[in-house]
Design a binder for this molecule. Structure first.
Ligand code: C2O
Ligand code: CU
Ligand code: CU
Length: 486
């Protein structure tokens, strides 16, 4: 299975060719696909279509329509995982994943966080262009002590699918259950169907089916990246969504696992990728499968093509992060999709053109090379950037309000998802080839020897940021660097 960028470059994707304009929701059978439009009313989703998959959302406590104010309490709670074990997890508000936070672009978000955990924590807003002091790293704030509170407060500048997670002892704290989705809707309705956030993660347990200690398997765990026994879809081992044949749904995926890659396949469904890390992409692309690495997001427009009453599964294919030539991937059902008994509607397709993204001009940018590598001089589990672990690296320095051209290469023998805090980038070339569709990214996978050129846009938010591998065990083991934007 190949990653989205590798497959997009290799041209194995089917490019979107959805052009027929639609009107109404029940045209004649042979009318062809119907392109969704904001102005055209659409059929209803089946009754209770999302009951067995959707996570709870937080209610806005502030009457001002421009301000969304919510409360999160990080605390231990015994959770009965649907289809899995019952055990004590680290939760936000007693649930895993933590509640979905939903805001609109331009809103101010205030999150009052209470730490009722036995150790300090923070919240990082992955992908969001927050002011530096709101980034949730130890570079910019003192961790929130047990019993203490902290208010994160910032304005959302971009639509898209984001997520939140602690940034101290990230691998254990995320592994214990601390993560949730942050959905930023555009200012104006985009005409796409109501969305379904789908947070993918996993859960490590010991032989008594209790939560594993977080440092299980010691150095091996650090090196290989810890993958848990239970794979969770919005906190469920057994999740299920119901679709009406022909009617589109918008799925917003987040990979919140600390190390597990998800290689998604969609038999029986027609799937268009419509967005990535930082909101909608320029154009939709029809896909059959996709790789979603830790930290990464992807938005899909999904249509069931099966007959009323049929059942299919979104599948997860095993993925070999070490390229060890392991036997071909097995496919396991990730969640069930059942097609309701409602009469089919004419097959919907997303708009061909989604948004306009200005392309960063890369003709005269400051260039910088970065290399993700194993650091053999240290422990065998040492990982670093440009040959050094985080503790031995000086911060890199960039200037605010400039763009830079970074070349990021994976010089190690295994995959690493590169993630940059605070700023989006555009992929200029991936292994020498320009991607056919523009989108904003903050997390992207590199397999051994992959090299990408990315254009990074530093706006006017100075401060100490960071970039790292999002296999959190690798980040904790040193594959992390600071970036001082002056
Ligand atoms: Cu999800 Cu430092 O990141
Ligand atoms: Cu981040
Ligand atoms: Cu890594």
């Amino acid at each position: 299975m190949i990653s989205f960028y590798r497959s997009m470059i290799a041209g194995v994707l089917l490019l979107a060719c959805s052009t027929s304009p639609g009107s109404g929701v029940t045209p004649a059978k042979d009318a062809g696909p119907v392109q969704v439009e904001a102005s055209v009313p659409r059929a209803q989703q089946p009754a209770h279509w999302d009951n067995e998959i959707r996570s709870k959302e937080l209610l806005d406590e502030n009457p001002d329509p421009a301000i969304v104010e919510v409360s999160l309490e990080a605390k231990l709670e015994t959770v009965a995982v649907p289809g899995g074990p019952s055990l004590t997890l680290w939760t936000f508000n007693g649930q895993v994943p933590g509640p979905t936070i939903r805001v609109r672009k331009g809103n101010e978000l205030r999150v009052k966080v209470k730490n009722s955990l036995p150790e300090p924590t923070t919240i990082h807003w992955h992908g969001v262009r927050v002011p530096n002091r709101m980034d949730g790293t130890e570079m910019v704030q003192k961790p929130i002590e047990p019993g203490a509170t902290f208010v994160y407060d910032y304005v959302l500048k971009d639509e898209g699918t984001y997520w939140y997670h602690p940034h101290v002892k990230s691998s254990p704290q995320v592994g214990f259950g601390l993560y949730g989705a942050l959905i930023v809707e555009p200012e104006l309705p985009d005409g796409l169907p109501e969305d379904l956030p789908i947070v993918l993660s996993d859960l490590s347990v010991d032989k008594d089916e209790k939560l594993a200690p977080g440092n299980e398997s010691g150095g091996f765990g650090d090196f290989f990246g810890r993958e848990g026994k239970y794979v969770l879809v919005n906190g469920r081992v057994s999740a299920k969504v119901t679709m009406r044949s022909g009617l589109g749904q918008r799925w917003r995926f987040v990979n919140a696992a600390r190390a597990r890659y998800f290689s998604l396949a969609f038999p029986g469904l027609e799937v268009h990728r419509i967005g990535g890390d930082g909101g909608r992409m320029e154009k939709s692309i029809k896909i059959q499968n996709t790789l979603l690495v830790p930290g990464e997001r992807a938005e899909f427009f999904v249509v069931a093509t099966g007959a009323a009453g049929s059942v299919t599964n979104v599948e997860n294919k095993s993925y070999d992060r070490f390229h060890a030539g392991a036997s071909p991937g097995t496919s396991t059902p990730l969640f069930q999709v059942s097609v309701s008994a409602d009469a089919a509607v004419s097959k919907e397709v997303p708009p061909a053109k989604l948004v306009t993204i200005p392309r960063i001009d890369v003709s005269s940018l400051k260039e910088r090379p970065f290399e993700f590598s194993q650091v053999p001089l240290n422990a065998p589990t040492g990982f670093g950037i440009n040959g050094k672990q985080m503790k031995d690296l000086e911060p890199f320095v960039a200037q605010r309000n400039t763009d830079e051209l970074w070349t990021v290469t994976n010089a190690s023998g295994m995959d690493h998802p590169f993630h940059l805090h605070g700023f989006f980038f555009q992929v200029v070339k991936f292994n020498g080839v320009a991607p056919p569709v523009l989108e904003w990214k903050d997390t992207i996978n590199l397999i051994p020897k992959d090299t990408m050129q990315i254009a990074v846009q530093f706006d006017n938010r100075p401060g100490m940021w960071m970039f790292h591998c999002h296999i959190l065990d690798h980040a904790d083991a040193g594959m992390m660097a600071m970036l001082n934007v002056e």
